[in-house]
Unconditional design. Structure first.
Ligand code: GLN
Length: 281
């Protein structure tokens, strides 16, 4: 019989050999995630033996991780803000960096008001749902061109108890969306097409291309998004878009060309530019 310790030891070796950094930590995440254990349970009882069903389950997960399937897709969930969100290959796994967009948006609105939020290209629904949990009277419209992604966003809205306050619309960017919004947010695809092949296998081979590919220079979505924000932001409203760490200058220029004012960039916890915040009136 295989002990917990033996399994973790072998998993770290296999994950390391597959080129995964922090192989020991990843092995433990897989183990605890699949078996529903806490880290302290695992640390407290290393000699415990794995029963057959558990062994099969963790081995299957390990095999997938060795083939570089993202941890979030193997476990089917990832933490984002204060939420635990369903993740499948149909959506970009919410990144910790994207919490920068949530924070920047919350900074700029009166959270007690009935704020109207538009989240363009919502994917898993992460940004809109995180904002809704922080604003009890807010409502959101969240769009995506992928119906499969919207199905995941709908499940996430249900799981977080927010279905009543979010409307999910299958459309390209904000086509057909009317009305005025106090917040227009988006984490668009912004990676230059030619760079995608150089990304780590988890992203390149397992995440939706649609959520990553920002065209030849990675900036195509912003040209569109700024003009939609101009059309849809209410007077005094705020726009917040995620940007790539090296896109600050280019996106600020696009914002200016679109007639935005007070455009500024906000850094993520790693100190890289991660969001542009702007207004139109
Ligand atoms: N930050 C993501 C990555 O580097 C890309 C997200 C995006 O294009 N919106 O994998």
């Amino acid at each position: 019989m295989v002990s917990w310790r033996d399994w973790l030891h072998d998993a770290a070796r296999q994950l390391g050999a597959a080129g995964i950094e922090d192989a020991s930590a990843e092995g433990r995440f897989l183990f605890t995630g699949v078996l529903g254990l806490s880290r302290s349970q695992v640390i407290a009882d290393p000699d415990r033996k794995l029963d057959e069903a558990s062994l099969a389950a963790v081995n299957k997960a390990l095999e997938r991780r060795v083939s570089r399937v993202p941890l979030s897709q193997i476990l089917g969930a990832t933490p984002f803000w204060t939420l635990e969100l369903l993740v499948t290959p149909d959506v970009l796994s919410p990144r910790a960096d994207t919490e920068t967009i949530v924070e920047a948006a919350l900074n700029d609105v009166d959270t007690a008001r009935p704020v109207r939020i538009l989240d363009i290209a919502t994917g898993s629904g992460a940004i809109a749902l995180a904002l809704l949990t922080e604003m009890q009277s807010a409502t959101a419209v969240a769009t995506d061109i992928s119906r499969a992604a919207l199905d995941i966003a709908a499940i996430n809205a249900g799981r977080t108890g927010l279905s009543e306050r979010i409307e999910l619309v299958c459309t390209s960017w904000a086509d057909g969306i009317a009305g005025r919004f106090d917040l227009v947010v988006s984490n668009p695809p912004y990676i230059a097409s030619s760079i995608i092949e150089t990304l780590e296998p988890e992203v390149r081979d397992h995440e939706p291309r649609l959520a990553l590919d920002g065209g030849p220079d990675g900036l195509a979505p912003y040209r569109h998004l700024f003009s939609e924000a101009r059309r849809l932001l209410a007077p005094g409203g705020t726009g917040v878009f995620e940007i790539g760490y090296d896109q600050r200058e280019a996106v600020l220029r696009l914002a200016q060309e679109a007639g935005a004012r007070d455009a500024d960039c906000v850094k993520d916890l790693g100190g890289r530019s991660r969001a542009i915040v702007f207004a139109f009136s």
